[in-house]
Design a protein around this ligand. Structure first.
Ligand code: NAD
Ligand code: ZN
Length: 371
């Protein structure tokens, strides 16, 4: 298969039985959106949900492509930013769907980053008890992680992603060319999840990150295609083995226990991936303290994170007590115990629920002090 830029289209399946779907990765794929969706969802209408940054750049192309495939599409534009991952914005989309001729078979297309994917997926899961959902991710975060796997959610005042559902897309179409307009900070932030994937699942991928950092950071299209394929294969493998996080899937939370706490304390001032980067540094240091990981591996992980311009420290003004309190409200807490994911050796993981507040406090003191 080829496309407008004559670069190959990579295809990775997510093997989930009757909910199997493919992730297509390539430059210029957005122009083929309509034809790809038509093959899966025969319906007269379709709705594209996008945000105020992505809409002006790409919605017209998506709409045109849907029209040329015979759809009568409508689009909804949501304010950009994490604050839009809310029931309020979900309600706005429901209103549009209710007022239009959307049928049960009409697809809902998320065009944007992880926020659009999570919000649109949640609406797709709940509207008419489920309508076909298509992901068109446009950020590194969404390509590398969020668009694959079917976790959809909106935030609640009590926490991030508190209201949601597992709901798989029918297709994920990654047009890598869209990454060229992404802000450099957002571009780098998503790479934290790629480092995470290497750390938990594929030691050779960490070497690859070290060797190719400059090419990745220069947005070299060939290396980006390879980067996305590597990540989608890892994510798809984990999701296929444990779709609903009964076990294995929890390894994807490496760096997220402290990362999520930092994210909510910073009121989303930092990008999700930046919080995960600092969270991985913290958990690696806890691992060294508890003799789970070698100092050399922890140092190496920290170096890779820094090489991609991602934070290895957390802002000094964040109180350790507040971070610790928030780790206890994490969705992964069970029987009152916080479960941390560790990487004893690159490519391998271990869950532990015996980490003390003192361990966390000591490491936070190190990385808050800037040492
Ligand atoms: N569902 C999951 O499994 C999962 C996994 C990882 C992350 N997430 C969620 O994803 C969210 C973060 O995703 P994100 O970093 O993509 O955030 P985002 O959707 O807010 O996108 C980041 C910013 O980039 C802009 N943007 C997006 N694509 C663009 C493009 N091609 N050109 C120019 N600007 C563009 C957006 O408007 C936004 O301002 C978090 O809420 C996180 O919890 C979900
Ligand atoms: Zn994440």
């Amino acid at each position: 298969m080829s496309n407008t830029n004559s670069s190959p289209v990579r295809e990775v399946p997510v093997e989930l039985g009757d909910r199997r779907y493919v992730v297509r990765i390539g430059a210029g794929l957005l122009d083929g959106l309509g034809a790809a969706v038509r093959a899966l969802c025969p319906a007269p209408t379709a709705t594209i949900v996008t945000d105020t940054n992505v809409g002006p750049l790409y919605a017209e192309r998506a709409v045109r492509s849907m029209k040329s495939a015979g759809y009568d599409p409508q689009s909804v534009t949501i304010p950009a930013g994490d604050a839009s991952n809310s029931l309020e914005q979900a309600a706005r989309i429901y209103d549009v769907l209710g007022a239009s001729r959307m049928e049960r078979k009409s697809p809902l297309v998320a065009l944007g980053g992880g926020v659009m994917g999570d919000l649109t997926g949640f609406v797709a899961a709940t509207w008419l008890r489920g309508v076909p959902f298509i992901q068109c991710p446009t950020t590194t975060e969404a390509d590398i992680d969020a668009s694959v796997g079917g976790k959809t959610a909106v935030n609640h005042t009590s926490g991030k992603n508190m209201i949601g559902a597992f709901y798989q897309p029918r297709l994920v179409l990654m047009d890598i060319a869209t990454l060229q307009t992404l802000d450099d900070r957002d571009f780098r932030a998503g790479l934290a999840e790629s480092i995470k994937h290497g750390a938990i699942r594929d030691a050779a991928m960490l070497d690859w990150h070290e060797q190719n950092a400059a090419r990745i950071l220069s947005h070299d299209p060939a290396i980006l295609a390879e980067l996305l394929e590597k990540n989608v294969r890892i994510k798809a493998g984990v999701v296929a083995a444990d779709e609903r996080e009964a076990g294995l899937r929890a390894i994807l939370n490496f760096g997220h226990t402290i990362g999520h706490a930092v994210e909510s304390l910073l009121h989303y001032e930092w990008r999700h991936g930046e919080c995960v980067a600092a969270g991985m540094v913290a958990v690696a240091r806890i691992a060294v303290r508890r003799s789970i990981m070698s100092q050399a591996d922890a140092d190496r992980l920290e170096k890779i994170i820094a090489a991609f311009g991602l934070p290895t420290r957390i802002p000094k003004h964040l109180a350790a007590d507040e971070i610790i309190a928030l780790t206890k409200t994490d969705k992964k807490v069970s029987a009152g115990k916080v479960h941390f994911v560790f990487v004893p050796r690159f490519g391998e993981t271990m869950m532990r629920d015996d980490i003390t507040e003192d361990d966390v406090r000591a490491v936070l003191a190190e990385i808050r002090a800037g040492s």
